[in-house]
Design a protein around this ligand. Structure first.
Ligand code: UDP
Length: 237
């Protein structure tokens, strides 16, 4: 089997778990995502996941409403832990051993983030879900994904979205929008393409971690991406 990537960091936004609901978690969507992950883990691929929290709470939005930004960000980070534990449950229902590690200690519900321990779990075939972002306010879970990918020496970041890659204009409003097969980090940064925030892109650039942007809504896409098939846009050097 022509597997291209052995260790993958999958970035799931909180919204990915929301499905068509306006808020919160859609259990059937979580099951579908877990199935996609289980499928590649059962082929021997090591998968770590960073999950966002935008389906529950977003610090920037709460701060715009008058809340203290750092405090709001802590609430946002705690929201991601709910998503992480929900994903763990769905994966374990499929027989995939999964550990949640949080950047803010919550020892009753999850392990604290310990880099070497996370790597050991992956080597043993367990999925590791990183919760609570980076543990620092003013950051995002995209940046956390880049940071953790560098720390655990992941081969690639899979940035799961609702579109099948990066376009030169919005494909929803412009029928002639063109999808990029590949893009450089510099192009993404200079054209301010909203793939991941600029801190995340810069971190990937510095550490030479490719990012594959693809549509998680298409069943089998995680496997295709692992096999090196073209499923979206690859951002690299
Ligand atoms: N957050 C934070 N530091 C981090 C990661 C996340 O403060 O390292 C907070 C921030 O308030 C953010 C919220 O957690 O709005 C949820 O994360 P994010 O918005 O990145 O989730 P996503 O957009 O992926 O659902």
């Amino acid at each position: 089997m022509g597997i291209t990537y052995q260790r993958v960091l999958l970035k799931l936004s909180g919204e990915a778990l929301m499905g068509n609901l306006g808020y919160g978690i859609d259990p059937s969507i979580v099951q579908e995502i877990a199935q996609e992950v289980a499928d590649v883990v059962n082929s021997g691929i090591q998968v770590a996941i960073v999950v966002g929290g935008g389906n529950i709470f977003r610090g920037v939005k709460a701060a715009a409403g008058g809340m203290d930004r750092a405090t709001a960000d802590y609430v946002g980070m705690i929201a991601t832990v709910m998503n992480a534990i929900t994903l763990q449950d769905a994966l374990e229902q499929l027989g995939i051993p999964t550990r949640v590690q949080t950047a803010i200690a919550m020892q009753e519900v999850a392990e604290p983030y310990i880099r070497r321990r996370a790597i050991r779990h992956l080597e043993k075939g367990r999925v590791v879900v990183f919760g609570a972002g980076s543990g620092n306010p003013f950051f995002t879970t995209d940046t956390t994904a880049a940071l953790r990918a560098a720390e655990i020496d992941a081969n690639v970041i899979f940035k799961a979205t609702k579109v099948d890659g990066i376009y030169d204009s919005d494909p929803k409003t412009n029928p002639n929008a063109r999808r990029y097969e590949t893009l450089t980090y510099s192009h993404v940064l200079t054209h301010d393409l909203r793939v991941m925030d600029s801190t995340a892109i810069a971190l990937c650039k510095d550490n030479n971690i490719p990012i594959i942007v693809f549509d998680l809504g298409v069943s089998g896409n995680v496997r295709r991406a692992v096999m090196g098939e073209s499923v979206g846009t690859i951002v690299g050097g």
